[in-house]
Design a protein around this ligand. Structure first.
Ligand SMILES: C[S@@+](CC[C@H](N)C(=O)[O-])C[C@H]1O[C@@H](n2cnc3c(N)ncnc32)[C@H](O)[C@@H]1O
Length: 248
């Protein structure tokens, strides 16, 4: 029987973790260690604009009070915090593999936290009206596995939204993005945290953006697991919001 080809989010980044078998441990360790200052990097590095953008995107997805919501790659909870503002409700299921990140998020939200992976979601099927993932796509083992799990977790007619930074298309945007994400943000992270891990996190962040599969492949993979009405909204040439609906 023919098996589906793998859909890795990016090629192996040897300089960081050697081979694919070490990626999971490398990523978890990096997020565990940088969890205490992740919010500081977001606040200063992106001048607080990230939260407004998350809120805007959540509204675009049709999020309403009383919806059952799953936040995958919840991290320290920046997406979940905006969900709470819109729905007025902390009844959010939050999944993340990093114990360190979950510990920080627990201090801010009275939600349900589960340690787990997007590609093997520890949740029941057809339970959620919305599934969100903020800036975690590049860290999954396989895109198709993760998207199939989102499809399974959603109720028929439910929607998923994935926020991700994309490699810019024009030369000018690429020069600016490279300077900002590859040079400035890692430098700022080092100054803010006085810890080389903050610098490594943001350098790795850029490498995974630079090497990430193109948006067309991400959308085609969403369609391949059964999603319909798959589309992408782009802001400033780099901030992508992918939306997809499970057929009713
Ligand atoms: C850059 S943070 C994003 C946090 C938050 N969603 C935000 O909007 O800022 C990426 C998060 O993805 C998590 N992560 C890494 N691999 C994952 C996977 N396979 N499945 C789900 N989450 C994962 C990390 O532990 C980390 O907390």
């Amino acid at each position: 029987m023919e098996t589906d080809p793998e859909r890795k989010p990016h090629p192996v980044l040897k300089d960081y973790y050697g081979d694919e078998s070490n990626k999971r441990a490398f990523v978890d360790d990096l997020f565990d260690r940088t969890a205490p200052y992740y919010d500081r990097i977001l606040r200063f590095g992106f001048l607080g604009t990230g939260q407004a953008y998350r809120r805007y995107s959540l509204k675009q997805s049709g999020l309403q009070p009383d919806m059952e919501v799953l936040d995958v790659a919840t991290g320290t909870g920046p997406v979940a915090e905006e969900i709470r503002k819109i729905t007025g409700d902390e009844r959010i299921t939050c999944v993340d593999p990093s114990r360190g990140m979950i510990d920080v998020a627990r201090g801010k939200l009275n939600s349900r936290f589960i340690q787990g992976l997007a590609e093997d979601l520890p949740v029941a099927s057809e339970q959620f009206d919305r599934v969100y993932m903020g800036y975690g796509l590049r860290h999954v083992r396989d895109l198709r596995e993760a998207f199939a799990e989102y499809f399974r977790a959603l109720k028929p007619g439910g929607r998923c939204m994935i926020l991700e930074v994309s490699r810019p298309r024009t030369k000018r945007q690429m020069v600016m993005a490279r300077f900002y994400f590859r040079d400035f943000i890692p430098f700022l992270s080092r100054v803010l945290t006085r810890d080389p891990d903050g610098h490594t996190l943001m350098r790795y962040f850029w490498e995974t953006i630079d090497q990430c599969v193109p948006p067309e492949e991400i959308m085609e993979t969403l369609e391949s697991v059964g999603f319909e009405d798959v589309h992408r909204e782009v802001q400033l040439g780099v901030f992508s919001a992918y939306m997809a609906t499970r057929p009713a």
